[in-house]
Design a protein around this ligand. Structure first.
Ligand code: SAM
Ligand code: SF4
Length: 437
């Protein structure tokens, strides 16, 4: 979400003639886009601000701004404690960034704009993206779910959706620019609703409009994941067979305390249906460990749920108390030992399962969209299967005695020959013209 928001801010700034620089020392303005979801995300920003102190001393005219969720949450602290911060702009006020900078330059007045909006979707702003095979496309903003642990409804405000036409136009533009993989993005994309069109309608329209582009989405909330959405996914070859569906906990008691609006049984039903309709689907989740009141039994139920679903991957977090949320006032006391052990147990179980699943793919042929050169070796490229597995492939391939050099955007069929828990390694068998033929 923050990557996508940064592209929106760059889009706003470029209208006013600003350019991005890759050299910190070249900048006249440094904007930090921040996240408040867990305490460690906020701490990172504080230490980044400490590093930037030296830059500010070197160049007193340098303008430093804080954008995003922390701006909204900690504006007082940031202005008073961190005197070096010049502008503070919340997630719904990015249009004001250039004007606040101008005002600061003219009057020396620090700028602050942190109001949340019920309507802002930046529908008319063209995000400034780096060239690439994949692109994020934000379809809705905010969240109305109010999970008791989560700060998002407070920092990003009420749920609102972009127009279907706005999303489709942007998707078409992206395809014209050469993008081959579009991620429809929102805190809870399944709640998308614009003029009676729901997320399945949006997904269907984008996928039909761009049959040669892979379409994915994130994040879903289990409560809103409808049969209609699963049917839409199953009926389009270019909609990736991958769902990230945060479970958070395997205990109904904890899910209730979290206000997650589903039971483990209901969640499992959705997973079972998705697998029966799309047998090779990739599934991943988010888990929060040590939520207030989580007992050893609750923790074991989470491990059982992970065993039952056998996810391809999981993002696992230790609960982090967030001010304003309901859970903040719940009694929360776990020893360091318990916190570490429970999280370790979840991570190692998931790693084992991911490794098993990945090993079972050895010898299979997978279609891969090549994304970029591998960070580890210039001779290799990295790509993704439609069920969202990363695959490392060689940088060239010989067929009919001619050598084909791989480049980003290629679509290849590769035979998987090696796997670890996070990555597959494949040998290219053929190059394709299209993702669907
Ligand atoms: N909207 C998605 C959903 O609810 O299904 C999740 C979006 S949230 C920004 C990403 C993930 O951060 C959540 O699924 C949750 O696991 C984690 N998270 C949110 N608040 C947290 C907290 N206070 N402590 C630890 N993890 C948290
Ligand atoms: Fe946060 Fe997701 Fe719950 Fe919304 S649905 S409150 S973003 S965890």
């Amino acid at each position: 979400m923050n990557f996508s928001d940064t592209e929106i801010v760059l889009g706003v700034m470029s209208r006013y003639g600003y350019n991005e620089t890759t050299d910190l020392r070249d900048s006249d303005v440094i904007l930090l886009n921040t996240c408040s979801i867990r305490d460690n995300a906020e701490r990172k920003i504080y230490s980044r601000l400490d590093e930037l102190k030296f830059e500010k001393r070197r160049n007193p005219n340098l303008i430093i701004g804080i954008l995003g969720c922390m701006a909204e949450r900690l504006r007082k602290d940031l202005l008073e404690e961190k005197k070096m911060v010049d502008i503070i702009v919340g997630p719904d006020e990015y249009r004001k960034v250039p004007e606040l900078i101008d005002n600061l330059a003219e009057t020396g007045e620090k700028g602050i704009a942190v109001k949340l909006s019920r309507v802002e979707t930046y529908d008319d702003i063209t995000p400034l993206r780096r060239d690439g095979v994949s692109a994020w496309l934000s379809v809705m903003r905010g969240c109305d779910k109010f999970c008791t642990f989560c700060v998002v409804p407070f920092t990003r405000g009420r749920e609102r959706s972009r127009s279907l036409a706005g999303v489709v136009n942007e998707a078409v533009q992206l395809a014209e620019q050469g993008v081959k993989d579009i991620w429809l993005l929102g805190q809870n994309v399944n709640s998308y609703n614009h003029d009676g069109k729901d997320f399945a309608d949006l997904l269907h329209t984008v996928a039909s409009e761009l049959p040669q582009v892979r379409i994915r989405y994130t994040t879903s909330h289990p409560y809103d994941l409808s049969m209609k959405l699963l049917e839409t996914m199953a009926s389009h070859d270019n909609i990736c067979k991958y769902i990230h569906l945060p479970l958070q906990s395997g205990s109904d008691r904890i899910l209730k305390l979290m206000n997650r609006l589903y039971t483990v049984k209901q969640y499992m039903e959705v997973m079972k249906t998705a697998r029966s309709m799309m047998p090779d689907i990739g599934l991943s989740t988010d888990i929060i460990s040590c939520f207030p009141g989580e007992t050893e039994d609750d923790h074991k139920m989470t491990l059982d749920a992970i065993r039952e679903v056998r996810y391809d991957g999981a993002y696992t977090f230790l609960y982090s108390p967030r001010e304003n949320t309901k859970a903040f006032s719940m009694d929360w006391s776990f020893s360091e030992e318990v916190r570490k052990r429970r999280l370790d147990e979840i991570i190692s179980l998931q790693r084992e399962i991911s490794f098993d699943i990945n090993k079972s793919l050895i010898g299979k042929l997978k279609t891969i969209l090549v994304e970029s050169r591998s960070k580890k070796s210039d001779d290799q490229f990295i790509g993704r299967t439609d069920c969202n597995k990363s695959v490392i492939i060689p940088g060239s391939f010989v067929s009919d005695s001619s050598r084909h050099k791989v480049s980003a955007g290629d679509i290849v069929d590769a035979e998987i020959r090696k796997a670890n828990s996070a990555t597959l390694f494949g040998d290219i068998r053929s190059v394709r013209d299209s993702i669907t033929n």
